[in-house]
Design a protein around this ligand. Structure first.
Ligand SMILES: Cc1cc2nc3c(=O)[nH]c(=O)nc-3n(C[C@H](O)[C@H](O)[C@H](O)COP(=O)(O)OP(=O)(O)OC[C@H]3O[C@@H](n4cnc5c(N)ncnc54)[C@H](O)[C@@H]3O)c2cc1C
Length: 387
């Protein structure tokens, strides 16, 4: 693949998160795949609840047994205080796919990168494309890595760069944002060592809380609100977040009972729903968050990253074999996913009617419409902050 004049590949993937890695590990056995990521390893971040149905995707990719050996924690259901003051529990006992999962997110993302490499993908990190130009047979890139600029020639470009859609935006695709959701989070440890295996969610007047036990006795606690509301100030640092948490009845009581001890500074990031005007174009496609960004309430982001990575790899194989309808067909297949997601999200937020006059909730009772100009938080426009 590496020649004197640079690197030759069939597909270059920008972004080695779950979507980029899923794409690469599925296409690499068939074509030459190069993956670039600006980070040399996965970031510390929030985003760990994996839906039970992910089992089917992992099985289709030949990864189920290897996933089980990674030692993530099973998630047996959820406890929510949502739509009323009393907690309600729902379990996964009757789910044919078995339990969901609370991932060690760094381990999961790093594992997917290694699987992609073991199936033949080349990984360059830290690395990012500086210049991208069209040439007769595809694309010519100038890639910056380790202080060098390497020419890379490829037939297909894949935007797996997360919420910033770094490639698709260069090619003129527009990202439409539907709300201003942001998230502040902190990791910690449960001192009592007994974990419930449940995801917790609790609504409050200006947003909602989330907590999940993680492998090795760890836990994450997060607060979600809108970037333009005063409550967002409490999401920006761990001290303010934990102060606000003490006013949150059920979750605070439960975390106190677990002996939750926060560790580190935590993080703050964009968490809005967003969609790309088109997930493919002439010689490129977008996968994962770069194509569709989901509200964390849905716990669908990683599932969507795996699904679109797999579906896009199948489309890429057909495209590279000369099928002109493969890339548009892939993009068209995302429309029903986006529509079903919007309907479900609207229904979920609609269940909480206790604070109809509070802006966070009254905004969500309306039928979703795009926020013009990608909202007011500049971090969101850059797709930054998940870690
Ligand atoms: C607050 C919050 C909570 C969440 N909770 C959950 C959850 O519980 N369950 C769930 O399923 N999902 C959750 N998600 C969503 C989930 O984290 C994402 O959907 C998932 O990470 C998307 O994977 P991806 O590979 O598309 O993007 P990412 O994981 O963002 O990966 C993108 C990669 O691209 C790289 N990159 C970006 N730009 C460039 C560039 N120019 N050059 C080179 N590399 C670049 C980045 O370094 C990164 O490695 C949550 C999201 C948020 C914001």
């Amino acid at each position: 693949m590496i020649r004197a004049g640079g690197i030759e590949s069939d597909a270059v993937v920008v972004g080695a998160g779950p979507a980029g890695a899923a794409f690469a590990l599925n296409l690499a056995p068939l074509h030459r795949v190069l993956v670039l990521d600006r980070r040399d390893g996965p970031a510390v971040r929030i985003g760990e609840s994996l839906a039970p149905a992910a089992r089917r995707l992992l099985t289709d990719m030949g990864l189920w047994d290897a996933f089980l050996a990674e030692g993530h924690s099973p998630c047996h259901g959820g406890r929510s205080v949502w739509g009323g003051p009393l907690p309600v529990e729902a379990d996964t006992l009757r789910d044919l796919d078995g339990p969901g999962w609370h991932l060690d997110r760094g381990r999961f993302d790093g594992w997917l990168r290694r699987v992609a490499a073991s199936r033949g993908a080349a990984l360059l990190a830290p690395a990012q494309p500086l210049a991208i130009t069209r040439d007769r047979e595809g694309w010519l890139l100038k890639v910056e890595t380790a202080g060098r600029r390497i020419p890379v020639r490829t037939r297909l470009l894949v935007d797996a760069g997360g919420r910033g859609s770094p490639l698709a935006k260069r090619f003129g695709a527009r990202r439409t944002v539907s709300d201003r959701l942001v998230c502040g989070w902190v990791h910690g440890r449960d001192a009592d060592g007994r974990q419930s295996g449940l995801t917790w969610i609790e609504a409050e007047p200006d947003g909602w809380w989330y907590s999940a036990p993680l492998p090795a006795g760890r836990r994450v606690v997060a607060f979600h609100t809108d970037a333009d509301l005063p409550a967002a100030a409490d999401a920006r640092d761990a001290v303010s977040l934990l102060r606000r948490l003490s006013g949150c009845s059920d979750l605070f009581r439960s975390l106190t009972a677990c002996g939750f001890e926060p560790e580190g500074q935590g993080g703050f990031c964009a968490a809005h729903s967003s969609t790309l005007s088109s997930a493919s174009g002439d010689g490129w496609l977008a996968v994962g968050d770069a194509a569709l960004g989901f509200d964390p309430l849905s716990s669908q982001g990683i599932f969507n990253a795996l699904y679109t990575g797999l579906a896009a790899a199948e489309a890429a194989d057909r495209h590279l074999s000369g099928d002109p309808g493969a890339l548009p067909g892939y993009a068209a297949g995302l429309a029903p996913i986006r529509d079903a997601y919007r309907t479900h999200l609207h229904a979920w937020y609609g269940l909480e009617r206790r604070w109809p006059d509070r802006p966070f909730w009254s905004r969500r009772f309306k039928v979703p419409s795009p926020v013009p100009g990608e909202g007011g938080d500049p971090r969101r426009e850059r797709g930054e902050g998940e870690g």
